[in-house]
Design a protein. Structure first.
Length: 736
């Protein structure tokens, strides 16, 4: 059983004072029944056993009241934000569920609490908080802009309370987070006052000596600095009053953190930093006269003191993206010292000090040119007490195309929206990407196609037998992963090409055939391969039969050798191919009658076109004296006629087609259940027709297949092709 926290008398008194103060400040925004229900939950929490002091021995309930006060003072937020802060610990201790919160206090308070708990869960993953990625992830997880404002206020208050703690290590960790995470967040939202306090406090705890050195120096020079400021502004005040302007002037000393950063940047001591302060002229005027009067002040000041044109900063015409508006000039004052002057109105000054939360006080004011749309949305959010829409707009403008994921060690990686596990694997290392088979995301195993979401904790799974595939290019989103996959595929192709080439050469050696690279190049070209790598890949995976390749190789090789017998070799320049002349010569020549009773002549059916009974054919006399029978529409026919017209023999079929011939049909269609059965069913019903083999490859919803069939004549073949084309889903049937 956990030990119940004991509230000290001072803690009880301070909480009571803060409770009364908050009640006065936000009373008008409370709804009926809010106060008694809130008082009930606070009382229950104080006597319960779930509440415990933090690592600094501080009372979390009191911290909550202090943070609520800071929120009201610095941002002007009221009911929903204050209730969420005070109810947070009741939810943490399990005394109150989010469902109860929504029922008793409304959906808006529940949403703020849900955002705070999501971020609390995010911290449990032990992220590297120094990274810009974690700040962005935090914003994307918050769900409601008020969650971010509460987190910043909570950290500012904590930094105020841990001055005298003995837990140095915990204080250092909290200070680092304030410096790397919360101060930049406050800067993003224009909360400059809170940002400066976070930076100064973190410097005090992290670099104690530097902080107190600058603090003491500022104290020593305060009297002379104040005297100089009085001498500088006296004539300006006189001139501004004479012009009828309503204004007040104040001097602002640079923050200790800013001075320390300048000392480090310029590598100088405290005395080497000259712009230790700035003069701020704040005008009280109607909104429509803001710009006119700011430039009027500028004119008066620059008439009195020489300006530095290189140091003019005009954020009146084009405000900063976070809403900051002001006119900055640097002039040469008495004693030849450069002094920065900031000219702004009361409205601009409050926005500069309190950031986006100050906008709600100026209802009806439209953003100036250059003001981001999300800033306007935040102002509207604070007016309506609904932070979800503004947060969505904020995230959409800044981070809609990004996701942030954790590695098992807590490192945070950023990827474009839609990136997959495979993208992350290749981001880590090429070898991990090429062997990736999936991942364990939030302790659940997924495939490498899983699309990453912000906050995922991802552990890549690999297998040594995994290899990159062409389709992976469609899985990944990042150009980095695509480039690495292409490189891996190229390396694989080279390896496969070498393997296939060795396989072909070994086969040639076994059959005692001389391997000629030039002939092989012709073969690749005749097979209509644009890339040699594609040719070798199909050899390696068995798509191309090596024995068939050797037959085609021999045809090309023999075709290049000199003719023997009665044919005399002729010079190339003497030979002119005339198709009409060939036709006339062939008409008078004898015709080879192809019949199964044909004897005394060595003939074969060419494997490049697989002629069958009924096809228009011709004979080609080979070097050995044998004859190869080709179809007249054979892919090699034009080349044979052009180069070896004198070896062409007319041929035709005789008798009846009783022999069985092997032909290949290519079928392409929609990959659907049962389509292969429909095709084979038609073939099996045909008389005197045998299906020798079928090879089907499916990809992206389409199938492509080769059917090797034994058939006796082309009439039956044409009939079969017609029937196959009528099968539902079949897009193309052709003989190859």
């Amino acid at each position: 059983m956990t030990e119940r926290i004991v509230f000290t008398l001072n803690e009880r008194n301070e909480m009571m004072q803060l409770y009364q103060w908050l009640k006065e400040q936000i009373g008008s925004s409370l709804e009926e029944g809010d106060e008694p229900k809130m008082r009930h939950h606070i009382g229950k929490l104080m006597i319960g056993e779930g509440l415990q002091r933090d690592v600094f021995d501080l009372n979390p309930m009191l911290l909550g009241f202090q943070t609520a006060r800071l929120m009201v003072e610095e941002t002007g937020l009221k009911r929903d934000s204050v209730l969420a802060i005070l109810l947070r610990y009741s939810v943490d201790c399990g005394q109150l569920s989010l469902y109860d919160v929504e029922r008793d206090f409304g959906e808006s308070v529940c949403r703020i609490l849900h955002g705070l708990h999501r971020i609390q869960d995010l911290y449990k993953k032990k992220p590297v908080i120094e990274s810009e990625n974690f700040r962005n992830l935090l914003l994307s997880f918050a769900e409601d802009m008020r969650v971010i404002l509460i987190m910043i206020a909570d950290r500012v208050n904590l930094m105020r309370q841990i001055r005298d703690t003995t837990n140095e290590e915990a204080r250092r960790e909290v200070s680092l987070e304030a410096s790397y995470l919360y101060a930049p967040l406050a800067h993003k939202l224009g909360l400059y006052k809170l940002k400066s306090e976070l930076e100064d406090q973190s410097l005090k705890y992290l670099e104690h000596d530097a902080y107190y050195l600058i603090k003491d120096k500022l104290s020593e020079t305060k009297k002379s600095r104040d005297a100089y400021i009085e001498r500088f502004i006296a004539p300006i005040e006189q001139k501004l009053r004479a012009s009828g302007l309503s204004f007040h002037i104040k001097g602002r000393t640079k923050s200790i953190h800013s001075i320390w950063q300048k000392m480090k940047k310029q590598k100088c001591g405290f005395e080497g930093v000259y712009d230790l302060f700035a003069i701020r002229i704040i005008i009280d005027c109607p909104i429509e006269k803001e710009k006119i009067q700011c430039w009027q002040v500028y004119s008066i000041v620059t008439d009195m003191y020489q300006p530095n044109p290189k140091r003019l900063r005009d954020w009146l015409s084009v405000p900063k993206s976070n809403g900051y508006e002001s006119l900055h000039i640097t002039v040469l004052g008495p004693e030849q010292r450069w002094v920065e002057i900031q000219i702004r109105t009361e409205r601009m000054d409050e926005v500069a000090e309190r950031g986006v939360a100050a906008h709600w006080r100026y209802k009806g004011i439209k953003g100036e040119s250059g003001l981001d749309e999300w800033l306007t949305s935040i102002r509207q959010m604070l007016e309506t007490s609904d932070g979800r829409e503004a947060m969505d707009q904020f995230k959409m403008d800044l981070y809609e195309d990004e996701v942030f994921v954790f590695t098992p060690r807590g490192d945070l990686l950023k990827f474009p929206s839609g990136a997959t596990v495979l993208d992350m694997a290749y981001h880590i290392h090429s070898k991990i990407g090429s062997t990736c088979v999936g991942a364990r995301v939030n302790n659940k195993v997924v495939t490498f196609r899983y699309v990453l979401h912000s906050g995922d904790q991802v552990e890549i799974l690999t297998a040594s037998n995994q290899k990159p595939k062409q389709e992976w290019l469609n899985v990944v989103k990042t150009s980095r992963a695509k480039a690495k996959i292409r490189l891996a595929l190229k390396e694989t192709l080279v390896k496969e090409g070498l393997f296939a080439k060795e396989m072909i050469e070994r086969k040639f050696k076994n059959r005692k055939i001389e391997f000629e690279e030039s002939v092989m190049q012709q073969l690749v070209k005749k097979l209509h391969f644009k890339e040699v790598s594609d040719f070798y890949r199909q050899v390696a995976d068995g798509t191309l039969d090596i024995n068939t390749l050797i037959d085609k190789y021999l045809e090309i090789q023999q075709g290049e050798k000199a003719a023997t017998g009665d044919n005399q070799a002729r010079s190339a320049e003497d030979f002119v191919f005339d198709e009409q002349q060939l036709s006339q010569v062939s008409q008078s020549d004898d015709v080879l009658i192809i019949d199964r009773n044909l004897k005394g002549i060595d003939y074969q059916l060419a494997r490049c076109c697989n002629p069958i009974y009924g096809d228009d054919v011709f004979g080609f006399v080979t070097v050995s004296g044998g004859i190869k029978i080709h179809r007249t529409d054979c892919p090699n026919a034009p080349e044979l006629r052009r180069r070896f017209g004198y070896r062409i023999v007319r041929a035709k079929w005789s008798g009846k087609g009783s022999s069985q011939y092997s032909i290949t049909l290519r079928v392409i269609g929609v990959d659907d259940i049962g389509i292969v059965n429909n095709l084979t069913s038609i073939i099996s019903k045909e008389e005197k027709l045998v299906l020798r083999s079928i090879n089907i490859d499916s990809h992206d919803g389409l199938f492509r297949g080769n059917l090797v069939i034994m058939i006796d004549n082309n009439t039956k073949l044409e009939s079969l092709i017609k029937k196959l084309r009528n099968v539902k889903g079949v897009k193309q049937v052709e003989r190859i």
